[in-house]
Design a protein around this ligand. Structure first.
Ligand SMILES: [Zn+2]
Ligand SMILES: [Zn+2]
Length: 348
């Protein structure tokens, strides 16, 4: 494709199983606190896999992707923490950095922009996608996290969303209940596997993993999980902590039935239709139920540090590493965790 100087390539989701490079306006600095970044290691969130497979209610065309490591290319004069050549995690949400929600650590629900504003989804503002050639980052000082020196961007390509989300669903809960056994309902993709990884590293007494997919089961086994293969039964024992990353109503219900009295069920979403919850049963047992998109930016640094220190290794989950140019074909197959990579320019 030919593109002019004021254009760039944006990886565009067209329809289930169909993606293409399309020309889009090249983003420019619009405010002193903006940065322009170039994604150098981009991956799919588990939500993107569902979109590409036609299992999520988002219709193309739109620039897809909200998970990347990027190189800072240009900063406005008001940006103080970053400069060209820095390698950074780009937070998936769009946030101003100074409203009430941003101030109290909830920039994923920033009050300044349209609710839910983020990269890579339609109808939430035109922010572009993280598989594009360039990205404009607003409020750059609070919307980027530095990648520790020497850490391979491919290894932490999911450091904006799926890694910290899995961390958040497991580690703080295990600190509150040291040694607790954990149940992870898999099926959606990488988050369930990262949850197994973090739970084991955080000292869970055991992790039980339920899924139908042999490849994902093997990965969960690699991280030390006890495996339950097949569709979810009605109940799987009793666990103080259950993580639902299944995108499947029966798995979610199995998880809820399998939680201890006053236990915690964390669901990472992927449920797009209403699910009838057994609320009376949950009431009698005292079930703490959380679902949401994750904390975003404030949750990025700690799991990144766990990877940098070698406490966890997300590498086995990444099953495809390819050139950026090959993104349309690679993503069309909806692999478990593809990383599209290219070398930095400014820090090379
Ligand atoms: Zn996501
Ligand atoms: Zn805000």
């Amino acid at each position: 494709m030919t593109i002019s100087d004021d254009q760039m390539r944006a990886l565009t989701f067209l329809a289930p199983g169909r993606l293409a490079w399309q020309a889009a306006p090249r983003p420019r600095l619009q405010s002193p606190t903006d940065a322009i970044v170039r994604p150098i290691a981009a991956t799919t969130c588990d939500l993107d896999r569902l979109i590409v497979r036609g299992e999520a209610p988002f219709r193309g065309p739109f620039a897809i992707g909200h998970e990347c490591i990027a190189e800072v290319a240009e900063v406005g004069e008001g940006v103080t923490r970053f400069r060209p050549g820095d390698i950074v995690v780009v937070h998936w949400h769009i946030s101003c950095g100074h409203c009430g929600h941003c101030d109290d650590g909830r920039p994923n629900s920033c009050e300044t922009f349209q609710p839910g504003a983020m990269y890579g989804l339609p109808g939430l503002g035109d922010w572009g996608g993280t598989f594009s050639d360039w990205l404009r980052v607003i409020a750059a000082d609070t919307s980027l996290t530095p990648v520790p020196a020497g850490l391979d961007p491919v290894l932490v390509a999911s450091a904006a969303d799926n890694l910290p989300f899995a961390f958040e669903m497991t580690v703080p809960h295990l600190l509150a209940r040291p040694g607790a056994p954990v149940l992870v309902m898999g099926g959606c993709g990488s988050i369930a596997l990262y949850a197994v990884m973090f739970a084991m590293a955080a000292g869970a007494g055991s992790v039980t993993y339920c899924d139908t997919d042999p490849a994902r089961l093997a990965l969960a086994g690699h991280y030390g999980a006890t495996l339950i293969e097949g569709p979810p039964p009605r109940q799987l024992g009793r666990f103080p902590l259950v993580v639902d990353a299944s995108a499947n109503a029966q798995s979610l219900l199995c998880g809820i039935r399998s939680v201890d009295p006053e236990g915690q069920v964390n669901s990472v979403g992927g449920h797009f239709a209403d699910v009838a919850l057994p609320l009376f049963e949950m009431y009698r047992r005292g079930v703490h139920f959380y679902t949401g998109r994750g904390r975003g930016g404030p949750g990025v640094a700690e799991p990144l540090e766990w990877v940098a220190k070698g406490l966890v290794d997300p590498r086995p989950v990444t099953n495809v590493v390819a050139e950026f140019d090959d993104a349309p074909a690679v993503l069309a197959e909806a692999p478990l965790k593809p990383v599209l990579s290219r070398p930095p320019i400014f820090s090379a």
